[in-house]
Design a protein around this ligand. Structure first.
Ligand code: CTP
Ligand code: MG
Length: 685
């Protein structure tokens, strides 16, 4: 069994994983100078580049997406500005490169804005929407559902807009810049060393490395665009940066370098595989050449590569392993994202590339895809691209499945909607219930003071006349006594003095009784009124009590439920939208298939002898003409037949006389597209 390497400490599995770099480290690798012709390499790279041109179709779609998002963001974030940057703007992008967008907006905190953007994009049905909140520059990544173009959105990433401009200016300096940078990016991407999230260099870092190579080749191809006496300092996001860029870089250097792309690529791999520039230097395009680690004060920090690799505790690699300085943010080393394994992979790939080239290997071998899953498929150039090679029946089956899924989703929506309506109703009922409860308390509260008042009245009434005599009796009696006292009397019937006195005193007593009784009656009436009021209140209370049901629980629970159901509904609606879109797409594709089939059939029929029978069977042309001339509606196939038989101009004549009919017939012979030279059989001449 193999042992750990005594020189490097690498385990056998590590030696196997990075064989070339391991041999290089133990000084066991024979590195031959490249003596092969670069012609084939140049030809292959130029051919590869010719396939990297973004078609007008994709360009159009990219513009469409950006314009759509601009409008969308404008509405949501007033005063914001959306700017495209990155390779799609600098011109240094591969065909399958992403779109990088920067939203300049100061209304809210960037992470909050990104969270809102992510939600909005999900609602819009975009795919794989991911919020990367903890990166140096937080972004939302997603894939446009229609074109499959990946898109990154960052907030106030203004420095990137400036460095994109710089890269664009470099691209304009020399015709070889674009193919060279694309070749390096393509190689890195397909060899699995172009992914900052996986611990290797970002695409941007590879671009800077490639540009530095063109600045340092002999003679140099690229100048240093950031040189110049007059410096432009600008504050970007609170920090001052030197943004000096020469707007006319072509004036800076007249390159005497006539190397081909193949030569430049060979030079690149010799430079990085053989010379190990990172041992002593830092990539620095703003200096126009590499600068020493010492000068930059970027020594390789501990743990260094081999220590990190062989340590059992899987230490995180120290800073400045393969330093690349950002052209504007000079404190930013783009190698800070590198992980131990990433650096090992990068070194191994440099050596592999050099070996393949020196052995005369092909461009295809050099860039053979290592991890297919890390390489983006090209964006769909056509809405039906994925359907073209699928049998029609399979599309029909897929459509059926989707329609079934749509049915399920629609019934889910129906159920959720009714659940939500119920929850809302319940919440309303409970709110009403609590209103009723308040009413009950209010009514209950009014009972007690009234009861006191009733008691008081009763007492008063009774104290006024404990032996309550009905007032009408007193009044009758008063009347009688008064009559007795005032009636005409004669000697015989006149009452005695005593009797008369009694009558008088009775009369006065009755009068006093009447007064008391009147007061008692008033008090009594008031008493009855209050009593009635009290009874009414008790009745009302009884009704309120029967309407109040305390077993419903808290209305807030139902509000929460309604809210949760709304969120669920939103996501099901998204599902529905996606399904509908896909169903629409499949249906459109099937229509296209049918139309193609129909067209083919009709072409065959027209070509063949049975043209007459076809036109007779499918459309009655006289009928079509009469309908068209009378202004009735005609179908597409009617219109096709009409055009084949002389077009609209034939209608007038068609309905008139026989002679004109004949003329029209002749005309139709000339106009019919099927009667061209190709379609004309010799027999017809
Ligand atoms: N950028 C940056 N700092 C980084 C990474 C990226 O300033 N560490 C900026 C650069 O302006 C870069 C842009 O973000 O051009 C987009 O980054 P990326 O998509 O990685 O690079 P592209 O140049 O767009 O390459 P690709 O074609 O692979 O998309
Ligand atoms: Mg990009």
């Amino acid at each position: 069994m193999k042992e750990n390497c005594k020189v490097t400490g690498m385990k056998p599995s590590q030696q196997k994983k990075w064989p070339l770099f391991h041999s290089f480290l133990i000084d066991d690798l024979v590195i031959n100078p490249v003596n092969v012709s670069s012609d084939k390499l140049s030809k292959d790279i130029m051919q590869f580049c010719s396939h990297q041109e973004t078609s007008d179709d994709i360009q159009e779609r990219k513009r469409g997406i950006i314009n759509h998002l601009k409008k969308r963001f404008n509405r949501k974030f007033h005063g914001s500005k959306l700017t495209a940057f990155g390779s799609s703007e600098s011109g240094l992008g591969l065909k399958n490169g992403d779109i990088d967008l920067c939203l300049e907006f100061n209304g809210e905190k960037p992470k909050k804005v990104l969270t809102k953007i992510a939600r909005m994009l999900r609602e819009d049905g975009m795919e794989d929407v991911t919020l990367i909140a903890h990166a140096k520059v937080p972004i939302v990544k997603f894939i446009d559902s229609r074109t499959k173009i990946p898109i990154d959105i960052s907030i106030n990433n203004s420095l990137a807009i400036h460095n994109t401009k710089l890269l664009k200016l470099y691209n304009q300096c020399d015709i070889r810049v674009r193919p060279f940078v694309l070749a390096i990016k393509h190689w890195a991407l397909h060899r699995g060393i172009c992914n900052a999230a996986y611990g290797t260099f970002s695409s941007y870092a590879w671009t800077l490395i490639a540009l530095q190579s063109l600045q340092t080749c002999n003679p140099p191809i690229l100048p240093n665009i950031q040189q110049g006496e007059d410096r432009i300092l600008e504050v970007v996001e609170g920090a001052t940066y030197d943004l000096t860029m020469n707007e006319n870089p072509n004036n800076l250097l007249e390159s005497e370098n006539i190397s081909s792309i193949g030569d430049l690529i060979i030079n690149f791999f010799e430079q990085f595989a053989v010379n190990s520039p990172w041992n002593e230097n830092v990539i620095s395009i703003r200096s126009g050449k590499m600068i020493t680690r010492k000068e930059k004060n970027w020594d390789e920090e501990k743990p260094q590569l081999m220590d990190a690799l062989t340590n059992e505790n899987e230490l995180r690699l120290g800073k400045h392993s393969l330093p690349v300085e950002d052209p504007f943010d000079h404190l930013h080393d783009l190698s800070r994202v590198l992980r131990t394994e990433g650096v090992m992979d990068i070194q191994e790939e440099f050596l592999r590339a050099h070996k393949i080239i020196s052995e005369g290997g092909s461009w295809a071998e050099l860039t053979k895809t290592k991890f297919p899953e890390l390489v983006n498929e090209s964006p769909n150039t056509d809405l039906f691209e994925d359907l073209r090679d699928i049998p029609k029946q399979k599309v029909i089956n897929k459509l059926k499945i989707l329609q079934d899924e749509l049915d399920v989703v629609e019934s889910k929506i129906k159920v959720r909607k009714s659940e939500r309506n119920n929850a809302i109703e319940m919440s309303k009922a409970i709110r009403k219930n609590s209103e009723l409860k308040n009413e009950e308390v209010k009514l209950g509260n009014s009972l007690k003071p009234r009861r006191d008042k009733i008691e008081k009245l009763k007492k008063e009434r009774d104290s006024v006349n404990n032996h309550y005599i009905p007032i009408h009796w007193i009044e009758d009696e008063l009347q009688k006594v008064f009559y007795r006292l005032t009636e005409d009397v004669d000697q015989m019937t006149a009452p005695s003095i005593k009797k008369e006195k009694d009558l008088f005193s009775w009369f006065f007593e009755l009068q006093s009784m009447h007064q008391h009784s009147k007061r008692t009656r008033e008090l009594h009436r008031e008493f009855i009124k209050l009593l009635n009021e009290q009874n009414d209140t008790l009745d009302e209370l009884k009704i309120v009590k029967t309407n109040t049901n305390s077993s419903f629980g808290n209305y807030e629970n139902f509000d929460d439920l309604a809210h949760k159901l709304l969120i669920e509904l939103n996501s099901i609606h998204n599902e529905k939208r996606t399904l509908r879109r896909e169903i629409g797409r499949l249906e459109a594709w099937l229509r296209i298939c049918d139309r193609k089939k129909r067209d083919k059939k009709s072409r065959n029929n027209v070509k063949g002898k049975n043209k007459k029978s076809f036109s007779r069977n499918s459309v009655n042309i006289e009928d079509v003409k009469s309908r068209a001339s009378s202004g009735e509606s005609i179908s597409l196939s009617d219109l096709g037949a009409l055009l084949n038989s002389g077009g609209l101009s034939s209608i007038q004549s068609g309905v008139k006389g026989k002679t004109q009919k004949k003329k029209k017939k002749k005309m139709s012979t000339n106009i019919s597209p099927a009667r061209g030279n190709r379609g004309r059989s010799k027999k017809n001449y």
